[in-house]
Design a protein around this ligand. Structure first.
Ligand code: ATP
Length: 475
């Protein structure tokens, strides 16, 4: 698989001397890190900001990367998911901004819209006392309002590549000639083919005399790709010696026949009721279908995928973040970078086709020193992909224990819910074809759909809702 060939082999990743594999500082006082942000050279006002966020001490990647960045070097930062990479690049940038304040000082590129908002929040939280202004420039949002924000010349622009190009080409007066820092977060993804043209265009319009930071939990090996990012004599700051997933993550697989995936999913959600789940599906329609299916069984699941409007995407994420929904059905649009501390369990309903995506997906749980669980569904078609994942992470995973007879008892109810979900998908498809009325709620599985209304009182779906198998109550 191309993805594998590009990866940095474990022994090719620089490791810091004396660092323990797989460990990371998280400021919770459980590790031997004695350094403070001040020791790293972080200025007092920013140390105070860290303190206010409850960051007692720097994480390992922060210890590695911040001093190097403060010395004026380009950085390639590699560290496991949830280990504080955002702070590792945000703090040196804010410090530079403090030393020489200027508008349009930094450009941060990210592969997804949600991640852009999250990075902006972190910059604003760390930079609140110095009045830092950020602009989030992503697709799915009105160009005009973004142009107005850009006209005010923010200090930091956090963007997805495509929309940034739109503005560079169409927004009068907007340019990036002043930029001092370029960050590529989830750099391997940005440097991959998906964004090739966009990145090349962007690199042409920002100054060569700039500093460049690349960060990710996984990195591309192809040197020419890294060269495309035009780094100057970069220092690689890597805090583990191989692609690791964090210690506090318990990873399982479950080998099941493809046709019973839904039954196993429902059974696991029931078994682990009370937790919050991110469930990854391979396609947008898959995520939508499973969300509808679960809702038909009384579980308030919410989808998040690329075919939803941006408003709906942010709405879904906020509902999940605020814990008003505890099951998020997502595609890989949510696999990278999103920091939602309370995710207890990641389920790979569809196994990721690129092994590295596995690392990013399961990294949505067990963040910043917390514990978490991941369960990967492996069907008769997925064995090879699963073996690649095990090779990449250098571990053999245990099987998640389930009672097959109990799962099979769900077949009838799940089949009924599947039928309703199918009808609802069809109904939503037709609705999408009709001219839009109102605010166009076609992505929404929150409303009782026509189909469900039709079966009310008679169907098994409604009975399930009333209680049935669910121990967890409302999710
Ligand atoms: N020094 C610190 N002490 C305590 N918590 C921290 C520290 N630095 C960052 N965090 C918190 O850790 C969480 C994870 O950080 P962040 O999102 O930057 O991780 P990441 O390494 O970028 O993960 P991913 O690879 O998934 O993008 C955030 O909630 C952040 O606020």
């Amino acid at each position: 698989m191309a993805d594998e060939q590009e990866s940095v082999k474990p022994d090719e990743v620089d490791s810091s001397e004396g660092e323990e594999e797989n460990s990371h500082g998280n400021g919770d006082g459980n590790e031997e890190v004695t350094k403070t942000f001040k020791d790293l050279g972080v200025t007092e006002v920013l140390c105070d900001a860290c303190d206010q966020l409850g960051w007692k001490s720097p994480t390992k990647i922060q210890i590695e990367a911040i001093p190097v960045a403060l010395q004026g070097k380009d950085v390639i930062g590699l560290a496991e998911t949830g280990s504080g990479k955002t702070g590792a690049f945000a703090l040196p940038i804010l410090q530079s901004l403090l030393a020489s304040p200027q508008r349009l000082h930094t450009l941060v590129l990210t592969p997804t819209r949600e991640l852009a908002f999250q990075i902006s929040e972190q910059f604003e939280a760390l930079g609140s006392s110095i009045g830092v202004k950020c602009a989030v420039i992503v697709g799915g949002i009105d160009m005009m309002s973004q142009s107005l924000v850009l006209a005010k010349k923010p200090h930091i622009v956090i963007a997805t590549p495509g929309r940034l190009i739109d503005h560079l080409e169409n927004t009068k007066g907007f340019g990036l000639r002043a930029v001092k820092f370029l960050v590529m977060d989830e750099a391997d993804r940005i440097l991959n083919m998906d964004f090739e043209t966009e990145v090349d265009k962007i690199l042409k319009v920002i100054p060569r005399e700039r500093r460049t930071f690349l960060f990710s939990a996984t990195m591309t090996k192809k040197v020419q790709k890294l060269q495309r990012a035009a780094l100057k004599d970069p220092v690689k700051c890597a805090v583990s010696t191989k692609y690791t997933t964090v210690d506090k993550l318990q990873q399982y697989y479950i080998f099941i026949p493809s046709k019973y995936k839904d039954c196993y999913l429902v059974s696991i959600l029931n078994e682990l009721a009370g937790n919050s789940f991110m469930i990854f599906c391979g396609t947008c329609s898959g995520a939508q279908r499973v969300a509808l299916l679960l809702r038909n069984l009384g579980i308030t699941a919410i989808p998040l995928h690329g075919q939803m409007s941006q408003n709906k995407r942010l709405g879904a994420l906020n509902k999940f973040k605020s814990k008003s929904r505890s099951v998020l059905l997502a595609t890989d649009v949510a696999s990278r970078g999103l920091d939602i501390p309370h995710v207890d369990c990641v389920i790979n309903y569809d196994i990721p086709t690129h092994s590295k995506d596995y690392i990013h997906r399961v990294g949505r749980t067990a963040r910043a020193g917390r514990s978490g669980k991941s369960i990967t569904f492996v069907t008769q078609y997925d064995v090879e992909l699963f073996q690649r994942i095990e090779t990449l992470i250098g571990k053999k995973l245990p099987a998640f224990p389930t009672q097959e007879e109990e799962v099979m008892m769900l077949v009838e109810r799940v089949s009924e819910a599947q039928r309703f979900a199918k009808l609802e998908m069809k109904e939503q498809g037709e609705k999408r074809k009709r001219p839009k009325r109102g605010d166009g709620d076609e992505d929404d599985t929150e409303q009782a759909s026509g189909v469900r209304k039709k079966v009310k009182g008679g169907g098994g779906a409604v009975r399930m809702r009333g209680g049935g198998a669910w121990r967890g109550g409302r999710r």
